[in-house]
Design a protein around this ligand. Structure first.
Ligand code: ZN
Length: 483
């Protein structure tokens, strides 16, 4: 159950989401978009910690599934970038080129990587000898650069994507690569669950696959302005990269075969989604798992008993930190408790711990949860158990509230008019019966001025008629306004 007042606090956020997002991330010191290069933002200390905690969740999932973290160069020679024809065709308008070294022109232009398939393949060619070298699973977390010409948005559409986690794998067979794609979809689901981010998984349509992929699976979520945001992708690349890069392995029977590769990525859009979905008009609400600060201890002094209150607050603070809880104490005696509440609510600290003379007399501490602002007194002697339990409740409630939000904005409709109206009003994602032909997909995009997100994975045939051509439907198609 989502408490009623949670909805009421989201008026500003919903009415002017873009402004809310930019101001909130700036004032909470998560992300500063005032750097004088278009599409490039700065992560100040607090935001960097959030980013690091989010990446830690991803790193631990990947490290525990046989991946190794690597680091490949930022610069990719033109010759390599252009080896896979479709790949380069799709990226050519988006690539930043380095053409000069000091005052001399470079012999070969160097691209700032827009993604790293073409940097990784030549190295796989050197590393892979025979079937025993496979599979190879690696990832890196790096900046990638794309010359976005559309309107840029902080964290959401940027020219320097600073938090690109790209995974890459090579396998002996098509089936192994396909199985890995399924496993990575599962891994991403776990990742979003940990961050309390709801998602819809779709197989992207043929005309919107990653350049060079034989199949692209994407995760989308719905932002407060009703637009869908792509927050992750997993691609089966077949032998589309291994052939032009000549990456082969020796099979047990003595013959050679090209390897089968996959790639999968997430970016700071995940953090943007986390902020957008959970925040309210007071500021951020950060899930405990990744919160840079999980608890802020605030002494509420009373005349004559200041010393006692500060001392007790310090004890509570050390008890929390001694068990690994990320806590701080705000002891500034120049600032009123009310102003401190405001400051830490803006920063999205999941739990506020208040200690006043009355708490001391009663042998309790007061815990205030950031998501609902509910207050609760817990026995001082049971502080740690109560605090840990509250963090769990908070995470679960945040996850359910976010899923409820998404479920309410996912519509299954059977007519073009209905689909068109919902999309025009930016109500979320609309799923319609579809005959499976690409041409109906593009007609629907034109008629609704929306983007096709794709089809459900492994879904049974949809009953009904294609809303574009009236033929028998064989599948469903999802449409939405997108970023
Ligand atoms: Zn059709």
């Amino acid at each position: 159950m989502v408490p009623q007042h949670m909805e009421l606090q989201k008026k500003l956020k919903v009415e002017n989401f873009a402004e809310w997002f930019e101001q909130t991330t700036l004032h909470a010191m998560i992300y500063d978009y005032r750097f004088p290069v278009k599409g490039c933002g700065v992560w100040p200390g607090y935001g960097f910690k959030l980013r690091r905690n989010v990446l830690e969740v991803m790193r631990s999932l990947l490290d525990n599934s046989g991946h190794e973290e690597c680091l490949f160069p930022l610069l990719i020679p033109r010759g390599l970038l252009e080896k896979e024809a479709e790949h380069v065709r799709s990226f050519q308008e988006e690539v930043f080129w380095v053409t000069m070294g000091g005052s001399s022109e470079l012999g070969e232009k160097l691209a700032l990587r827009p993604t790293s398939e073409t940097a990784i393949m030549p190295m796989l060619k050197l590393w892979i000898r025979d079937y025993k070298d496979l599979p190879i699973k690696l990832y890196q977390v790096v900046s990638v650069f794309r010359y976005e010409t559309k309107a840029t948005h902080p964290m959401i559409r940027v020219r320097e994507v600073t938090t690109f986690k790209e995974g890459h794998s090579a396998h002996a067979t098509y089936e192994d690569a396909e199985k890995h794609v399924g496993e990575m979809v599962g891994l991403y689901k776990k990742f979003y669950e940990e961050l309390c981010i709801p998602y819809i998984v779709s197989k992207r349509p043929n005309w919107d696959k990653f350049a060079g992929a034989i199949c692209s699976i994407a995760f989308d979520t719905i932002m407060p302005d009703g637009r869908a945001l792509q927050i992750g992708t997993v691609h089966h690349l077949g032998q589309n990269f291994s052939k032009p890069f000549d990456v082969k392995y020796l099979k047990p029977d003595g013959t050679h075969e090209y390897v089968w590769t996959t790639s999968y990525g997430i970016s700071e859009r995940v953090i943007a989604a986390l902020i957008a979905l959970h925040g309210d008009d007071r500021g951020l609400v950060i899930p405990p798992k990744v919160a840079p600060i999980q608890a802020v201890v605030i002494p509420i002094p009373y005349k004559g008993r200041e010393g006692e209150v500060y001392e007790e607050a310090k004890k509570v603070y050390s008890e929390l930190t001694s068990t690994g809880i990320r806590a701080i104490i705000d002891e500034d005696d120049e600032e009123t408790p009310g102003s401190k509440f405001f400051k830490w609510e803006l920063k999205g600290v999941p739990v506020r711990v208040e200690i006043g003379p009355r708490d001391i007399d009663r042998g309790v501490v007061t815990l205030v949860r950031r998501d609902t602002l509910e207050r609760k007194s817990v026995a001082r002697s049971e502080l740690l158990t109560s605090f840990t339990a509250l963090l769990d409740v908070l995470s679960n409630d945040m996850r359910s509230a976010a899923w409820k939000y998404l479920d309410e904005r996912f519509y299954k409709v059977k007519s073009l008019d209905e689909a068109g109206e919902l999309i025009k009003a930016r109500r979320g994602i609309v799923e319609v019966p579809w005959c499976g032909r690409d041409e109906c997909g593009s007609t629907l995009e034109d008629n609704t001025e929306a983007r096709v997100l794709g089809s459900p994975l492994g879904a049974a045939a949809e009953k009904g008629k294609c809303i574009s051509c009236d033929r028998e439907a064989s599948n469903s198609l999802r449409l939405a306004k997108t970023y």
